[in-house]
Design a protein around this ligand. Structure first.
Ligand code: CMC
Length: 428
């Protein structure tokens, strides 16, 4: 392949450099297009064809169903690693040595405490507040309690900020849940690993002894690993673009939580379970909902189906589907929703509407079934997704700041009114 592409506009030729990634991905470098052409820009709503950065964190091939963090396959990591180790890998680029991991784990544990005044903020929310709204506000509020900006060039400063947010975010998740449930807020237990700690903070109540079920903890660990990063998706791009203005880490992460909340992104896991429950309540008529999803005049979409980049299968969905079967069997949970999910998937995968548009189950299609089996209510599903995605957001924010990327500021194609004179009120 040649080194440059030729673009012709109004009979004039412009050379655009062709860039290649380590997995042979090809990109046209248009960074000088506007100045070279005197004002021509590219138009790409939803950035479907636009690479916003160079990144060394996650590789994804949507056609082949490949997902790798720092070169390790998602299947390998989900089977053999744990959430915190993968977090280290994603953020720092290499798997930790035994000593590095022990230090990292202890440092994160040492930060799993919140300023007691955070409780005043939580108390101010109505009980009906959505946990994602609370989580976004509380993540931003951490800035108020940690006002010094992070010096990204200082390894020590950056490390401290990373262990701080990893430690404190899990407590925020648990306290948001406690608010939602009206239960007492729990503190972290230094003797437990990251995922077991989350579970005891979520589920322990003072009047009962609580022991972490290792099967449930393993399932949750796997789910969280699968969610850790996903290159330049909506929430990650949000974190990078907010951070590109030199807004702080916590403020940028808070924006990421808000972006994740939407039904087309992380909010789909809650929407899936609500959809499956609705179908169940409606007598389990799967075909009726398939027809609704196909009807261009009906806004209903099959939640948990389709993906911007996966056009064959979502490798995370494959792992989660198998995990859902195992978890439900191991925890002896019989959930009619699983049967409906399987039936819906089977019908959709044979239907020309879904096949021709390459719509397959995504990560969110089965994750809610596992969360439900673990006793997590549906309003908390996206919060769990946020907990999983946190290391990815941190890694991408850090990479963006270390690369010294320019402030994110897209252009537009103006289609509004041309210049017109102001009319006084009595002439309108
Ligand atoms: N149900 C029915 N039709 C669909 C669906 C669906 N779930 N998804 C896409 N389509 C149709 C869409 O109507 C369009 O049809 P047509 O060509 O006739 O206009 C075609 O498929 C292409 O869809 P699109 O909206 O242009 O594709 P996109 O890449 O912009 O959207 C998506 C991707 C994930 C937002 C979309 O597939 C969707 O809304 N899915 C349901 C929500 C969901 O499950 N989101 C979770 C994504 S995975 C978790 C994460 O990382 O965020």
């Amino acid at each position: 392949m040649s080194k440059n592409a030729i673009l012709q506009i109004d009979g004039k030729s412009y050379e655009l450099p062709i860039l290649k990634g380590t997995e042979n991905e090809v990109a046209l470098d248009i960074s000088s297009l506007r100045s070279a052409t005197n004002g021509v820009i590219t138009y790409d709503p939803g950035f479907k064809n636009t690479g916003s950065c160079k990144s060394a964190i996650t590789f994804l091939d949507g056609e082949k169903g490949i997902l790798r963090y720092r070169g390790y396959s998602i299947e390998d990591l989900a089977e053999n690693s744990n959430f915190l180790e993968v977090a280290y890998l994603i953020i720092f680029g290499e798997l930790p040595t035994k000593d590095q991991f022990e230090k990292f784990e202890n440092d994160v544990k040492g930060q799993a405490i919140l300023n007691e005044e955070m409780k005043n903020i939580i108390n101010g929310f109505p009980r009906s507040a959505h946990p994602m709204g609370m989580l976004s506000s509380l993540t931003s509020a951490l800035t108020a309690f940690n006002p010094s900006p992070v010096n990204v060039k200082s390894e020590a400063d950056m490390y401290n900020a990373i262990v701080k947010i990893l430690g404190k975010f899990q407590v925020l998740v648990a306290w948001v849940y406690a608010k939602n449930q009206g239960t007492p807020r729990n503190y972290a237990d230094y003797n437990l690993d990251y995922v077991s700690n989350i579970m005891q903070m979520l589920f322990r109540i003072p009047i009962k002894k609580y022991t972490v079920n290792p099967i449930a903890a393993k399932a949750l660990d796997k789910l969280l690993i699968l969610h850790e990063d996903h290159e330049q998706n909506c929430s990650t791009s949000t974190v990078r673009i907010v951070g590109s203005s030199e807004a702080g880490l916590f403020a940028s992460l808070s924006a990421g939580v808000s972006a994740l909340w939407g039904r087309l992104h992380g909010g789909a896991n809650q929407a899936v379970i609500e959809m499956l429950e609705q179908i169940n309540k409606d007598g389990g008529d799967v075909e009726k909902y398939i027809l609704k999803a196909k009807d261009p005049n009906d806004p209903f979409r099959l939640m948990g189906f389709g993906h911007r980049v996966y056009k064959n299968f979502d490798p995370r969905a494959k792992i989660i589907k198998a995990a859902a079967d195992d978890v439900l069997a191991e925890l002896h949970v019989k959930d009619p929703i699983l049967k409906i999910a399987r039936h819906l998937e089977e019908v959709a995968l044979k239907d020309d509407y879904f096949v021709s548009r390459k719509l397959y189950p995504n990560v969110d299609f089965y994750s809610g079934i596992i969360y439900k089996a673990l006793g997590i209510p549906s309003e908390m599903f996206t919060v769990m997704f946020a907990l999983g995605r946190l290391p990815g957001w941190i890694a991408q924010w850090r990479e963006m700041r270390l690369n010294v990327e320019p402030i994110g500021r897209p252009r537009q194609l103006y289609v509004g009114q041309t210049l017109r004179p102001y009319k006084t009120l009595n002439k309108r």
